[in-house]
Design a protein around this ligand. Structure first.
Ligand SMILES: [Zn+2]
Ligand SMILES: [Zn+2]
Length: 301
């Protein structure tokens, strides 16, 4: 089975620290690489993580504050050096088209890779691919900032025993999948008699924003909720003032949205001990973890 995991390439907020690079997060899922918010230094973090950047198919930029986007230009340049053959989709708020273009064209090189741009103006479903449905929602951060909900499409899985029992082999399997029924020896077999629907997983990725109830909708029933928690709750006033969240608020979202696993990130440089965040979240939502650079989280079952 292919990899299905999240690699933390960075976990700091505005300023990196000795131990935390600017944020960047790579989901490997259904043979695709989904990179979120490549901050400065992301290219080098790929080396430390021992992952070839060529796995990237889609890059998501939540907003254009430096800690979320300064690595975009270098990642595109790198994919160009690597001569990737597949297109790279880039999703970002349309309000900052100019900033996107500055980053894309911030240095001189002869571009050969195909970049498919998705400037996002309106919230809701923004793209449907063979594998995924991609939804975007605007958050509350002073500038356009997007929270993402990504749904893996449901899939038909065949019950091998049932196929054998009904003597359905080879091309007939494809036929019943396409036509939803099959006629064999004067008997009609319905697709659901020999198969079941495997529900696709959902992830939610929420970066810079003040708490809002909308986050519960974005995260509903997600396997993984990756969410910012710049502060712990004794700094709630700072979180509100600077349009960020606390671990406490992030855990409230996880609980209300019935997610499976909560991963906190985007920590203020003022904190050295991240266990404070985990403890604060666990009081409300048990399956909580902190992102640490180069840590890998498998999708929960
Ligand atoms: Zn930030
Ligand atoms: Zn920000």
């Amino acid at each position: 089975m292919s990899q299905k995991n999240l690699t933390i390439l960075g976990s700091s907020s505005q300023q990196p620290t000795r131990y935390r690079n600017h944020g960047a997060y790579l989901f490997r899922w259904l043979e695709e690489g989904l990179l979120f918010d490549p901050g400065e230094g992301t290219q080098r973090q790929f080396i430390f993580a021992n992952i070839a950047p060529t796995c990237i198919n889609r890059i998501f930029v939540s907003h254009f504050h430096g800690d979320h986007c300064l690595g975009l230009g270098s990642m595109l340049m790198r994919l160009n050096i690597d001569k990737i053959k597949h297109p790279v989709h880039v999703y970002y708020p349309a309000a900052n088209q100019k900033n996107y273009e500055y980053l894309r064209d911030g240095c001189v090189y002869y571009r050969t890779i195909e970049i498919i741009e998705h400037p996002i103006k309106e919230e809701g479903s923004v793209e449907e691919t063979d594998n995924f449905i991609i939804e975007a929602y605007f958050l509350d951060h002073g500038i356009a900032s997007i929270g993402w909900r990504i749904l893996e499409k449901d899939r038909i899985k065949f019950n091998k025993e049932k196929l054998k029992e009904n003597k359905i082999f080879n091309s007939d399997v494809r036929k019943i999948e396409k036509e939803k029924f099959l006629q064999i020896d004067n008997k009609t077999i319905k697709l659901e008699e020999v198969s079941y629907v495997k529900k696709g997983d959902i992830i939610a990725v929420i970066f810079d924003s003040r708490y809002s109830d909308k986050m519960i909708k974005i995260s509903k029933d997600a396997k993984i909720l990756l969410i910012e928690s710049t502060y712990t709750k004794e700094n709630q006033a700072l979180a509100t003032k600077y349009m960020h969240m606390t671990a406490f608020e992030a855990a409230k979202v996880a609980k209300e949205a019935n997610v499976n696993m909560l991963i906190l990130t985007h920590f203020s440089a003022r904190y050295t001990d991240l266990s404070l965040f985990e403890l604060e979240a666990k009081e409300i939502f048990e399956n909580s973890y902190v992102a640490e650079d180069l840590k890998v989280f498998n999708f929960p079952n």
